[in-house]
Design a protein around this ligand. Structure first.
Ligand code: F3S
Length: 461
């Protein structure tokens, strides 16, 4: 049988020509857009936009230009941090366009110019949800292995790089003061800006990868000195150390995306950024970023820019929000309980969103052990999962406290509780947590550290 290939060859050629013509047109329009834009590119950046390093890189730069234009950026600045961090850690089957895009980047060698860490994995074989729910997970995150392979090819630092607390020393993604970052994870962005003095906008997922691939990001918002000026004063007047997660929640809900300057907190945290202060600010910041949209806060006498510049960081017309015991109680009482049965017994407790530090793990181990002993219990009354970075977990596994915790029935995992709760069947479970971020985004019920300790150790609230 003879096959006439004329038509197919010609149509293939035509398709190729069309593709080539359309990409030429697209490149031309990219060039035109950029020259008519207020965002001025360097010659090198313009060449990337014009396709000097391939179609995929041109698209990456085009997106960064459009992103910058939307926020009034006039130029790009280099990403200077040693490492990047990606928020998208889950291989959801619905993210096909993302996988195709990443394939294009990998094919054309448009890889990340810096290694990166990634948010926690959505699954852990040690955290079981039940037979049916685990099947749902398999379906939900069916592209997990495929996606992780793509991440490895793009620049994932290593298999232990999955944590939102990438700035822990054990993980090693610790930006230097003044570094420009391309991150998106809200709890990590607010920590890097506020506690480490780095500079990063609250980017979205994938945009942050594009910044790491291109090596530059649009200059606006929290990258600029003006953007780091405080437009709110928070006056902490509590009679005891405020619960970090409730204080952060109150601040976030009041100022939303503005920059707050917090006075009166150094009274409880001191003037040194020691581990206790850092852990407190990690948890408070995550609550400001999720209950509101805070990307940077200053703590008078404590955080780097507040120590260097003091109240000169505060805008003249900044209003003051006083937070006292009554205000914290009001905020906490306002959290709705959205369990199907609000009187239900808790079935699962998550501690560690954002991930726990080594010091926090040891502290919880000590307090839980004492509480269980006081309640004459050998094991936790509620299935309990402590979450932390893989590198922290590995080191912690060699300690007596780890043995004590696991003997008491606690699971130490590196999962993301929020990803776990995204499973509709898990969302129906009565889950308790001390994380205001988890409360905000899921059906989990919030309790203070002390309340949660009472619950999981079998005491009466
Ligand atoms: Fe981290 Fe997942 Fe919580 S990314 S902050 S553990 S929602």
């Amino acid at each position: 049988m003879t096959v006439d290939t004329t038509e197919s060859t010609s149509s293939t050629t035509e398709r190729a020509q069309k593709a080539s013509a359309s990409s030429t047109t697209e490149r031309a329009s990219l060039t035109t857009e950029s020259t008519s834009s207020s965002l001025v590119l360097t010659e090198e950046q313009q060449a990337l936009l014009d396709g000097a390093k391939g179609e995929a890189m041109a698209k990456v730069v085009k997106v960064l230009v459009m992103y910058g234009e939307t926020f009034g950026a006039t130029r790009m600045v280099p990403v200077t941090s040693r490492m990047g961090h990606l928020v998208t850690s889950f291989g959801l089957s619905a993210l096909k366009p993302v996988y195709e895009l990443l394939d294009g980047l990998i094919r054309e060698g448009a890889l990340s110019q810096q290694q990166f860490t990634v948010d926690p994995r959505p699954l852990d074989a040690n955290v079981k949800a039940g037979f049916i729910a685990d099947l749902v997970f398999k379906f939900m995150y069916s592209r997990q292995d495929f996606y992780e392979k793509q991440l490895s090819e793009l620049g994932l630092v290593n298999q232990d790089g999955f944590t939102c607390a990438c700035y822990f020393d054990e993980v090693g993604n610790v930006p230097a003061p003044g570094d420009v970052l391309s991150w998106a994870e809200s709890s990590a962005v607010v920590y890097a800006n506020s506690v480490l003095g780095a500079r990063c906008n609250r980017n979205s997922g994938i945009i942050e990868l594009f910044g790491s691939v291109a090596g530059f990001v649009p200059y606006f918002g929290l990258l600029t000195d003006e953007g780091r000026t405080a437009s709110w004063i928070i006056d902490v007047q509590t009679t005891q150390k405020p619960e970090a997660q409730v204080l952060g929640s109150a601040i976030g809900m009041k100022v939303m995306e503005a920059v707050p300057y917090i006075k009166g907190l150094d009274r409880w945290l001191g003037s040194e950024l020691d581990q206790t202060a850092k852990d407190y600010l990690k948890d408070m910041g995550a609550a400001t970023a999720s209950n509101g949209a805070v990307g940077l806060y200053h703590v008078d006498g404590l955080t780097p820019e507040a120590r260097a510049l003091g109240t000169t960081l505060v805008a003249d017309d900044a209003p003051t929000y006083v937070i006292d015991d009554a205000e914290l109680a009001r905020v906490k009482a306002s959290y709705p309980v959205i369990w199907k049965d609000p009187q239900a017994q808790a079935k699962l407790a998550f501690v560690g969103c954002p991930h726990l530090s080594t010091a926090q793990l040891h502290d919880w181990a000590t307090r839980l052990d004492a509480a269980l002993t006081a309640n004459k219990r050998s094991r936790v009354a509620v299935k309990t999962v402590f979450t932390t970075a893989p590198a922290v977990r590995k080191a912690f596994e060699a300690t007596d406290d780890y043995q004590r915790l696991t003997a008491r029935g606690v699971t130490v995992s590196s999962i993301c509780p929020l990803m776990f709760m995204n499973n509709p069947l898990c969302g129906k479970m009565p889950v308790v947590t001390n994380s205001n971020k988890l409360r905000t985004y899921t059906t989990a019920r919030y309790h203070t550290d002390a309340e949660l300790l009472t619950l999981i150790s079998g005491g009466e609230l």
